[in-house]
Design a protein around this ligand. Structure first.
Ligand code: NAP
Length: 240
């Protein structure tokens, strides 16, 4: 079987075809939900695992919690908004103007347009903030958290190839014991049990994958260029 390999810190122009072993699905035989296309189904792992685990395992989300999702329009964010809603939270998403309609369509209760309003200055307080954009300081994020609120750090600008991406998680670990709020850096993991949870949410129509673009395999480099601009809407698909 051939796969495309992209070296994250290379250029999309040096994508490689590589022979890989056909994945063994015998331990992982969860069917594609009937209401999804194969392309939609392929967009679920990683982004939806990330959203589910960030909300549930790190964020300890509870029904009625006020949740802020910063960076809500992308692959992880569109799943995070929908999963938080499915888990009974009141969800505010941070979007840009062009995505406000989509924000409502995926069920966000409140939207903040980051091109016009600063979420750190609305005076609102949240039980949980899932920070996917990672574009603000920890101090600014803490300002919108309730006294016992949780900040889950999912993503952010890489700022360098090696130590750069570790800076924020390290800051969070060091700060957490000194403040009343919980600072929780986070790394998603693959989990069959979570795939079952997601399967149920998808099958029930409570979570619907969002995607605005599909590229044929021959244009994979274009797809990665688009992603790296940092403004994808939902998941970007590559089709066979
Ligand atoms: N911790 C983990 O295990 C884990 C797992 C997966 C991904 N990640 C990380 O999570 C981050 C996002 O991943 P993704 O796949 O969701 O990215 P993505 O699909 O490329 O989406 C990025 C989104 O961020 C929005 N955005 C850009 N600037 C923003 C700002 N200033 N404020 C609010 N939203 C902004 C964009 O929306 P607009 O077009 O509206 O600007 C875009 O939709 C990346 O850093 C990735 O590495 C972490």
């Amino acid at each position: 079987m051939k796969a495309i390999r992209y070296y994250r810190y290379g250029s999309p122009d040096v994508l490689e075809y590589q022979d890989i072993d056909m994945p063994d699905v015998s331990d992982n035989d969860i069917p594609v939900p009937a209401i999804l296309t194969f392309e939609q189904a392929a967009s679920v792992p990683v982004a939806a695992f990330t959203a589910l685990q960030a909300l549930r395992d790190k964020g300890h989300i509870q029904p009625g919690h006020k949740v802020l999702v910063n960076g809500a329009a992308g692959g992880v964010g569109t799943f995070a908004v929908q999963i938080a809603k499915a888990l009974g939270a009141e969800v505010t998403g941070v979007f840009s103007t062009r995505n406000l309609e989509m924000a409502r369509s995926i069920g966000a209760d409140h939207v903040i347009d980051y091109t016009r309003e600063d979420f750190a200055r609305t005076g609102q307080h949240y039980d949980l903030m899932v920070d996917i954009a990672g574009d603000r300081t920890l101090r600014e994020c803490r300002r919108v958290l309730a006294a016992k609120g949780v900040l889950v750090g999912v993503g952010g600008p890489d700022k360098g190839h090696w130590i750069g991406p570790l800076r924020r998680p390290v800051q969070m670990v060091l700060l957490s014991p000194m403040v009343s709020q919980t600072m929780a850096p986070f790394l998603a993991r693959q989990s069959r049990d979570d795939l079952v949870v997601l399967h149920e949410l998808l099958e029930a129509g409570k979570v619907i994958p969002v995607s605005d673009r599909a590229y044929p395999l021959s244009e994979a480099a274009e797809a990665i260029r688009y992603l790296e601009e940092g403004h994808a809407r939902g998941k970007t698909l590559i089709t066979a």
